[in-house]
Structure formats: structure tokens, C-alpha cells
Design a protein around this ligand. Structure first.
Ligand SMILES: Nc1nc2c(ncn2[C@@H]2O[C@H](COP(=O)(O)OP(=O)(O)O)[C@@H](O)[C@H]2O)c(=O)[nH]1
Ligand SMILES: [Mg+2]
Length: 210
């Protein structure tokens, strides 16, 4: 049963991937913990990409409500809301339905904000070019050790809120060491502070979105 669900998800994810490719859209699934700064990061990256002439779209994934949708819309992003109801992650079919409501000809870069948690989204690829995971210093220094799957299933990891690391007694070096050990040093973990606009340019560059 579980296998069928995952297989069906992969099939639809594949179709999403083709649809986005056909429209020349670079797409990123933004996974991560609740409150780590996913929405703030999307808005900041959208500002920067818009200034370079890129047209940014987004899907605001949440269990319920439209808070993130409204924040993104207010910042000028072409955004659709996607509520999962009870599910703790987006799946490829939800994304397919949401994409059908969007004008894909008017988007160059698509950010999909997944539901905030470090467990469920890992098993459900959505068909994006890239999957990233965003954690922040306020969650402590043990996130990689506690949630290895999501870090293994993502292309790039981000530690946000470095501006307050010292106030929450977190050594970012510990997180980076855990990540390096987990990935054999093969993948990137970037430090950033959306608030202070540090590391965001580097992330956009690493994702090849400019
Ligand atoms: N100090 C600090 N706060 C941040 C930073 N990025 C986001 N925040 C704050 O963290 C809270 C959660 O951010 P949000 O983007 O909604 O997180 P999300 O739940 O992952 O989408 C908000 O109050 C943001 O203003 C940062 O780099 N530094
Ligand atoms: Mg959010």
C-alpha cells in the first residue's frame, strides 16, 4: 500500500518535472522546519531575482490557512495557496493541481514552500529541479543527527538565523560537521541570515537561479 502511494507520487512528480521543463521553469522544493525562515527566504530571493529580471512564482504549502500566501502575494510574487488539509507534506498530485491554476508562461523561477517539518516531505518528491532543506539556529544543533533522511534527500541544506546563533547557544560548526559526516562532504550546507541579507546571494548562485 505504502509502496503504491510512493510509486504513484513518483509518476506524477515525473509529469510535473516535464511540465515545468516544457515551460523553461527552474523549480525548487523548499522543505524545512516550522519557523526556520522558508517564507522569509522565498520573499528575499524573489526580490533579488526580480531585480535581475526573473519572474518568480510560488506555491505556498501549508496544512491550513493563507498567511504565507498573503505574505508572498504582498511582495509581488505570483503565488497560489495549497492547503494539505491533514497531511504533513505536499505531494506531487497537490502540486499538479496547483500548477494547473497558474500561468506557467509568466514564470521563470518557481519556489514551492513545503509544509514545515523535517520528516514527511522527504519521501515525496514533487518534480522540481532541486530540493533544499532549511533549518535555523533556533532549533538547536542536533537537527542533522535527528533527521538524517531529509538532509540525504535534498541537494542543498541551509542554516538560517545565524545572526542569533550566539543568543541561542548554538555553534553552527557542530551542525555543519554533522552534515559533512552524513553526506561524506559531497553536499553543500550554506549559512545564511535572511534578516541581515547574508548568504542569500550565495544560495541563489548555488541553485543556479540567476
Ligand atoms: N533573527 C532572524 N529571524 C528570522 C530570520 N529569517 C526569518 N526570521 C523570522 O523567523 C520567523 C519565522 O519565519 P518564516 O519565514 O515565517 O518561517 P517559515 O515557517 O519557515 O516559513 C519570522 O518571525 C521571521 O521574521 C533570520 O535570518 N534571522
Ligand atoms: Mg512559511
Amino acid at each position: 500500500m505504502e509502496y503504491d502511494v510512493l510509486r504513484e507520487n513518483h509518476k506524477i512528480a515525473h509529469a510535473n518535472e516535464h511540465l515545468l521543463e516544457d515551460h523553461n521553469i527552474r523549480s525548487v522544493d523548499i522543505m524545512g522546519s516550522i519557523g526556520s525562515g522558508k517564507t522569509s527566504l522565498i520573499i528575499k530571493m524573489a526580490e533579488k531575482l526580480s531585480a535581475k529580471g526573473k519572474r518568480v512564482g510560488a506555491i505556498a504549502g501549508d496544512v491550513t490557512g493563507d498567511d504565507d500566501f498573503k505574505r508572498m502575494r504582498a511582495s509581488g510574487i505570483t503565488v497560489e495557496n495549497c492547503n494539505t488539509g491533514h497531511e504533513c507534506h505536499l505531494d506531487a498530485n497537490m502540486v499538479k493541481k496547483t500548477l494547473s491554476k497558474m500561468d506557467l508562461h509568466s514564470i521563470d523561477v518557481l519556489f514551492i514552500e513545503n509544509v514545515g517539518n523535517l520528516v514527511c516531505p522527504a519521501d515525496f518528491p514533487l518534480g522540481t529541479d532541486l530540493r533544499i532543506v532549511v533549518i535555523s539556529t533556533t532549533e538547536g544543533d542536533d537537527m542533522v543527527r535527528k533527521h538524517p533522511d531529509i538532509f540525504q534527500h535534498s541537494d542543498i541544506a541551509v542554516v538560517n538565523k545565524t545572526d542569533i546563533a550566539e543568543y541561542v547557544d548554538v555553534d553552527v560548526g557542530v551542525i555543519k560537521n554533522d552534515y559533512s559526516r552524513l553526506t561524506g562532504g559531497c553536499k553543500n550546507m550554506l549559512e545564511c541570515s535572511v534578516k541581515c541579507d547574508k548568504g542569500v546571494d550565495e544560495l541563489i548562485t548555488a541553485m543556479k537561479l540567476w
